[in-house]
Design a protein around this ligand. Sequence first.
Ligand code: PMP
Length: 444
Amino acid sequence: MFVELAYIYYIQTENYTMKSGAADEYVTETPRSRELHERATAVMPGGDTRSVTYHKPYPSYVLSASDCRIVTDDDAELIDFLNNYTQSVLRHAPPAVVKLVTDRFGRENGVGAPTEDAVILAERLVSRVPFIEQVRFGNSGAEATMNAIRTAMAYTGEETVLKIHGGYHGTHHTVEVAVEDDGREHAGIPQDVERQIATVPFNDVDALKPRFERRGDEFACFILEPLMGVAGAIPPELELLETARDLTADHEVPLIFDEVMTMRLAYGRAKERYGVTPDLTALGKFIGRRLPIEAFGGREDIMNVFHPEDGVAHHSGTFNANPATMAGGIATLDALDAVAIDQLNELGDRLRRKARTVVASHNLDITVTGDSSMFQLHRASGPVTDAESAAAETDAFAELFLEMRNRRIFITPPGIGNLSVPVDDAKINKFLAALNDSLAAIDG
Ligand code: PMP
């Protein structure tokens, strides 16, 4: 019954009709995931507790992961080209790190007092990224952007936030405005908050200047990802970042780089990759290895708003800097050195170059974007330079995703992908072969 419903939903209720039967094959191969999804829908809205991991007809449930492989509850082994949205940059579950983190957890994991672990991870971050002079920890990338914005508000006394149209910075009021253009980002967000957000398209230097001329002195901060991640792995025009730096400096507005994703692109973050220094940086994802973490930091004079004696603002959290996470983070930063990042980036360059050749041999509008170890396949004719030119999520995306998934390659329905350290040329070749066969099935 459910099989029929899932498939009929696909072919009848959307504008797009799947030609290749990818959903049929998926449903046939994933009975256990279907069963788990049915149980999940009884207790979670839509069976889901993380909107991005949902896809039609239902997601595959995962049993385990090691190296760059995922084993699903349906016994399928997939090569992981998603890596929890860039978070898992090193291999999944290496025994030495599992032991380190569990040993630390076994000793003590949060008693309401500081530990040396946080000092060490903060030292690692500060020495790696010179423009992060002071740092604080929390538990998610959303907290990192929320806290960085709040830091800037406390420092400037202003309340208006300039962000990039379509830019994703996690799930909290301020940054959920102007993300998807589908109306959903407005529900549950106070109108006062919405009024405090100004936006500008990515890579549009001409639009940026008048924004600052008109309202520059009202801005508490300008927050952007140096490369737009979830919105489409869209690289920046260097002029945009340089102009953003100049304008924010002229108006004394803190420039915040959200590097929750892009921190993997270069050893010294985007400064090294794109040559521009922010005032504050939001970090998350891989610095906690597989455990929840955030860090936000930057100029000492700005971060001092949280000084416990003289600061004007308060920041706390029961799980902030919990020792097991800090231990995982230290091990991760030590392992992901400049050599590892360079290797990863070379592989990423190769993947995008070859993927473009594969795409060109088919009669479909697909554009490959990205930089370093991040990429995205857009079902759009390109060029993709901002959220508007990135294709909207449609069932056409879902079809490519399911075709790839059926060939044991895991990306996301919108085509987001990235590389982790255990990926080698052989796995990239598997990706490219799957892409070629998937496009042929859709094109055919
Ligand atoms: N900023 C960016 C750029 C992100 O991509 C994400 C999540 N993908 C976040 C912030 C939020 O991170 P988290 O999901 O850990 O809250």
